[in-house]
Design a protein around this ligand. Structure first.
Ligand SMILES: *[C@@H]1O[C@H](CO)[C@@H](O)[C@H](O)[C@H]1NC(C)=O
Ligand SMILES: *[C@@H]1O[C@H](CO)[C@@H](O)[C@H](O)[C@H]1NC(C)=O
Ligand SMILES: *[C@@H]1O[C@H](CO)[C@@H](O)[C@H](O)[C@H]1NC(C)=O
Ligand SMILES: *[C@@H]1O[C@H](CO)[C@@H](O)[C@H](O)[C@H]1NC(C)=O
Ligand SMILES: *[C@@H]1O[C@H](CO)[C@@H](O)[C@H](O)[C@H]1NC(C)=O
Ligand SMILES: *[C@@H]1O[C@H](CO)[C@@H](O)[C@H](O)[C@H]1NC(C)=O
Ligand SMILES: *[C@@H]1O[C@H](CO)[C@@H](O)[C@H](O)[C@H]1NC(C)=O
Length: 621
């Protein structure tokens, strides 16, 4: 009985754990600069402290806007920490995500102006802050992007543009449906949706999805209120009745969104909404409708065209007929190319009716950047460590993307065949580098140019350097490199410029390098500890064939044998002479007087006598 109960308890506990884990979307919220986890009201939202995610400096924050979450700290990134700083989230399940970043202002009178900086998600630039973002009532206090995260991590970087230190209030990574905002054939990993605008019509108050009690899979979207289109002719209507077909996959819109609407009137039958956008970009526009006007009950009573920048996007929209009834949600989406700086949505009624609209969403379509070859990123990180790269150079995030912010000293090239970036140049001359050159430098196999001149690099040139076959220019001058030039360097067939001057190199320069000089290459080996072997340098002694070397070794061995033999003979001879002298000394009275211990003298006499008789008289002569 008890065991049954326990089993039941265990099973139910297990199923609770299992279902809650399987059903819930991944949600990670960071309160930047916080010393401990924070909960914010009224929704009791949990924000984790951002310890160990990145560098930077924690500080107290002033929240620039009514939209900002009620958090009291931020993290800022002074330029001394490098031009790019990143938060790296690990173990993020593969899927589609809303990534949202709120900016803050350091609560300190010494930080006077608002910082301007760039934001990237997974290497793609998603925002460039422009002046005025921190002014009151501004909606631009956050960046939101809808992205696919498929490599188990999320990397969010802030790039300095020379206008103050990037300061971040919070970061949210909220999983949504894999088909969320499916906008057409180009939907996929290659495209990112950047939220430009999300408004709820006839609402005075801005609200987050959580305030609406919306589905956890909806990404806690922010809906700003739009009380009127501004023509003072539209009419706000709202209902309490239930709306059908709301909160359905993939976008889970909250019911409240459809319970209010703006309707045009006889004075101005058209509704027009204009927003400023970045020119020469594609935009995904999502329009929400529900016929909540009690005066409309049948299809055909309200019909209107939707025009975007003057072009018909949806012809003859009849909400009742398209949604299937009154009080029923209808979501339409379209993608438009915009050349200019504005995007205008206008609803033109036909057949004498009026237009209605409940909500609008506008996203900028951004092509996701390709990443840099993982092997080459690993090699650069090995280099960063081995060369003790100074903090001010940064080297965080992806080396090549966003293309506007490559790592300092790294030149990139796009490999279209493999849809990835590779490194073709390394220019870190006069950067105060210490440490040594790692073997892994050879994994940067597309390098054409390396300039590490004028640093304090020690140790030897790794022999693996000889495998970077595309290398044309190698400048390692004015360092403290020692040892010899690796023989493998002779394999660098494309090498045109080789500057090794001003180091402590010694030994023979590989003969192939010397041969290259005939082909108008420019090599400089001066000012080293002692290089030899090619024209212009001292000779290293006669150049010998393999056979000659064997001969020399053989001769040397013979010579050695001869010397050893001679020394042995000489030693024996000397011993015998000494013995003979001692034998003679026994007879001499002056020698006796010089000896203090007669016993020792005795022993010597005995030994000498014996050896002398053994060796025979010839050697004594
Ligand atoms: C931040 O604010 C708290 C109190 O709210 C204060 O104790 C602390 O010293 C402040 N920190 C800084 C760096 O100003
Ligand atoms: C968006 O519109 C396209 C057609 O333009 C349609 O295929 C797609 O299903 C729509 N997306 C959603 C989520 O309704
Ligand atoms: C907009 O989309 C079209 C077709 O989908 C594409 O050819 C064009 O390059 C896109 N424009 C921009 C600026 O991305
Ligand atoms: C508009 O009204 C005319 C006649 O009044 C009708 O023929 C036409 O089908 C209507 N158009 C729509 C889109 O309902
Ligand atoms: C490498 O950098 C140094 C110092 O900036 C410069 O003088 C030199 O010309 C560069 N080497 C090459 C091969 O361009
Ligand atoms: C080169 O210098 C390093 C110290 O910087 C030393 O440990 C090493 O033995 C030297 N190698 C040669 C071949 O002189
Ligand atoms: C080679 O380097 C030395 C300094 O180490 C310099 O004086 C000389 O001009 C260089 N030669 C060439 C050809 O650049």
């Amino acid at each position: 009985m008890l065991t049954h109960l326990l089993l039941l308890l265990f099973l139910s506990f297990f199923s609770i754990c299992f279902t809650s884990q399987a059903a819930g979307p991944y949600a990670m919220r960071l309160s930047c600069g916080a010393r401990r986890n924070v909960r914010t009201q009224p929704t009791n939202t949990l924000w984790y402290k951002d310890f160990a995610y990145t560098g930077g400096v924690p500080a107290n924050a002033t929240r620039p806007s009514f939209i900002s979450p009620p958090l009291s700290t931020l993290r800022f990134f002074p330029l001394s920490e490098g031009p790019e700083n990143c938060y790296i989230f690990k173990r993020v399940p593969s899927g589609r995500y809303v990534v949202r970043i709120f900016f803050g202002m350091v609560d300190d009178p010494n930080f006077d102006s608002e910082p301007l900086f760039d934001v990237s998600v997974e290497g793609t630039l998603v925002d460039s802050l422009s002046a005025g973002w921190s002014s009151e009532d501004n909606e631009r206090v956050f960046t939101e992007a809808i992205v696919f995260l498929t490599d188990g991590k999320a990397s969010i970087c802030f790039h300095s543009t020379g206008h103050g230190d990037p300061a971040i209030l919070s970061i949210e990574i909220l999983q949504v449906d894999n088909k969320a905002y499916f906008f057409g054939p180009q939907f996929g990993r290659g495209s990112i949706l950047k939220t430009v605008k999300r408004i709820s019509c006839a609402q005075g108050k801005p609200r987050f999805g959580e305030d609406y009690g919306s589905d956890p899979w909806s990404g806690d979207r922010f809906w700003n209120g739009l009380p009127t289109f501004g023509q003072s002719s539209d009419k706000a209507i709202s209902v309490e009745s239930n709306i059908h077909k709301v909160s359905v996959a993939p976008n889970f819109y909250p019911q409240a969104l459809y319970q209010s609407a703006l309707v045009s009137t006889d004075i101005q039958p058209e509704l027009t909404y204009t927003l400023d956008v970045e020119p020469n970009s594609n935009y995904s526009v999502w329009l929400h409708f529900a016929e909540i006007d009690p005066s409309i009950s049948k299809a055909g009573q309200r019909v209107f065209d939707v025009l975007i920048n003057g072009d018909v996007a949806f012809k003859a929209v009849d909400v009742v007929s398209m949604s299937g009834g009154v009080d029923t949600a209808l979501v339409l989406n379209t993608t438009v190319a915009v050349d200019g700086r504005t995007l205008t949505i206008s609803l033109h009624p036909i057949n004498g009716s009026h237009a209605i609209i409940n909500a609008i969403e506008v996203f900028q379509l951004i092509a996701a950047e390709a990443q840099t070859s993982a092997i080459e990123v690993g090699a650069l990180l090995a280099l960063k460590k081995a060369l003790q790269l100074p903090h001010r150079l940064g080297w965080n995030g992806d080396p090549c993307v966003p293309q506007q912010h490559p790592w300092t000293g790294v030149d990139c090239q796009f490999d279209s065949a493999k849809n990835r970036w590779v490194i073709d140049g390394l220019g870190l001359d006069n950067q105060g580098l210490r440490g040594f050159l790692p073997r892994d430098i050879s994994k940067l196999s597309h390098l054409q140019t390396i300039n590490l001149s004028g640093n304090s690099i020690h140790g030897s040139i790794p022999p693996t350097t000889g495998t970077i076959t595309s290398l044309e220019i190698l400048d390692l001058s004015y360092n403290f490199l020692n040892g010899s030039i690796p023989e493998t360097m002779g394999q660098l067939k494309a090498l045109r410029i080789l500057n090794l001057n001003g180091n402590k190199l010694s030994g023979r320069v590989p003969a192939e390098l010397g041969g290259r000089l005939l082909h108008r290459a420019s090599f400089n080996f001066t000012d080293n500890a002692g290089l030899c072997g090619i024209p212009g340098l001292p000779t290293c002694g006669p150049h010998l064939s393999a056979g000659a070397k064997v001969g020399i070794v053989f001769a040397a061995c013979l010579g050695l044998l001869f010397i050893v033999g001679c020394s042995m003979i000489w030693w024996k001879r000397r011993q015998n002479i000494l013995r003979a002298q001692r034998v003679a000394a026994r007879e001499a009275p002056y020698a006796k007087k010089r000896t203090h211990f007669s016993r020792d003298v005795q022993m010597t006499i005995h030994q000498s006598a014996r050896t002398a008789s053994e060796n025979g008289p010839i050697l004594l002569s």
